[in-house]
Ligand binder design. Structure first.
Ligand code: NAD
Ligand code: DAU
Length: 333
């Protein structure tokens, strides 16, 4: 099978592209190479990388030539950046997904939309989200993802396309851009820099190792039923503060580096996914424990300084870091 992986130079998409290649499939990546897209993530694989935008119908059509399936990872992905300004999120998520589906209806290929547990919103009151729960996104990022998701049932119903949605939980592992909690705190700890924990740090996320996430998306690509949504959850609910403390332990950093800073506006307290449907229908379940996954991940950042130092020393990263954290850290407890 020849598969187009959009956003395949990013964190999860590059692991997915390499996973499909290992399984013997032919993979082509279409990626705009925004700040988080990194050709180094595909280095040495021989995977074809086409630089282009999923909002551009011609670029998409060219890249999809000869493909039997499209898996869409391309998105603006960081909640904090969506709070600073959401225009790119709306465009890439909504227009980009629509552009891909316009092609899918024309050339009749399988399609998987990679979505997120954040579309279900805050579960502070308890329970776990299931696929038919209402959408209740709280951040500009999750609104853009939820809006993109709405295209899929409409194209399935109207045009009979073979499309599914996956909704994954918080994913971590090697090659994650160091703006997200685990890579940011790991690299800051290794550099002796503060770990800026938002609010009381008791927010809960459902952590999923990147290879488990990719295995879930692959199962949906191969065996998912058209029009269906599949939750892909890690099943490891952990408070942010526990993660920060574990990273300090694993890196041997000074515990004083952990600093409570002003909270993220609108911050969801808890996410939790029920992945029963993926287990029952597709035989998928996560296999990596959180204890093992975090150890492996921190070890990867320890061993791959060149990968993240080249990002963190760049002007784009430094400007973002200053804007997001300078004031917060100045007022830290
Ligand atoms: P990432 O930011 O590392 O990768 C996103 C990739 O998309 C980058 O390579 C970027 O260059 C590319 N891209 C952005 N806009 C594009 C455009 N207009 N056209 C083409 N390419 C474009 O993010 P990630 O963490 O790998 O997330 C991948 C997907 O998985 C996203 O759809 C995200 O919403 C979803 N997801 C992520 C998580 C998580 O915890 N990281 C969890 C659930 C779902
Ligand atoms: O739940 C899936 C989602 O997980 C994906 O859809 C998103 O693309 C991905 O970015 C992620 O969103 P989160 O907002 O949950 O991830 P992030 O790593 O930004 O934050 C995780 C938690 O850590 C969250 O409660 C906020 C907190 N945090 C984060 C950062 C960056 C801090 O306390 N300090 C920080 O500096």
């Amino acid at each position: 099978m020849r598969v187009l992986v959009t956003g395949g130079a990013g964190f999860i998409g590059s692991h997915f592209a390499k996973r499909l290649q290992r399984a013997g499939e032919e993979v082509v990546v279409l990626d705009k190479l925004t700040y988080s897209g990194n050709p180094a993530n595909l280095e040495g694989t021989g995977i074809e990388l086409v630089v282009g935008d999923i909002c551009d119908p011609q670029a998409v059509e060219r890249a999809a030539k000869g493909c039997e399936a499209i898996v869409n990872f391309a998105a603006e992905t960081h909640v904090d950046r969506s709070i600073l300004g959401a225009t790119d999120f709306g465009r890439t998520e909504f227009v980009g997904t629509q552009t891909l589906l316009e092609l899918v209806r024309k050339i009749d290929v399988r399609y998987v939309q990679v979505s997120t547990d954040e579309v279900y919103g805050d579960l502070e009151a308890g329970g776990s989200s299931r696929e038919n729960d209402p959408l209740a996104p709280s951040s500009p990022y999750s609104v853009a993802k939820a809006a993109a998701d709405l295209h899929i049932p409409a194209y399935v119903r109207t045009f009979g396309v073979q499309a599914c949605i996956t909704r994954g939980s918080n994913t971590y592992g090697p090659n994650q851009y160091p703006e997200k909690l685990i890579p940011l705190f790991s690299t800051n700890a290794l550099d002796g820099q503060p770990l800026p924990l938002y609010g009381d740090g008791k927010q809960i996320r459902d952590w999923l190792y990147v290879e488990d996430h990719c295995a879930g998306v692959e199962a949906v690509l191969r065996r998912g039923r058209a029009g269906e949504i599949y939750n892909i959850g890690g099943g490891h609910e952990v408070e942010n503060i526990e993660i920060a403390e574990r990273i300090i332990e694993l890196t041997g950093a000074d515990p004083k580096l952990l600093q409570h800073v002003d909270d993220r506006p609108g911050h969801d307290r808890r996410y939790s996914l029920s992945s029963e449907k993926a287990k029952e229908e597709l035989g998928w379940g996560p296999v990596v424990s959180f204890a093992g996954g975090i150890e492996q991940t921190v070890a990867w950042y320890q061993a791959n300084r060149a990968w993240w130092e080249s990002i963190k020393s760049g002007e784009h990263y430094r400007a973002y870091y200053e804007r997001q954290y300078a004031e917060r850290l100045a007022g830290a407890e």
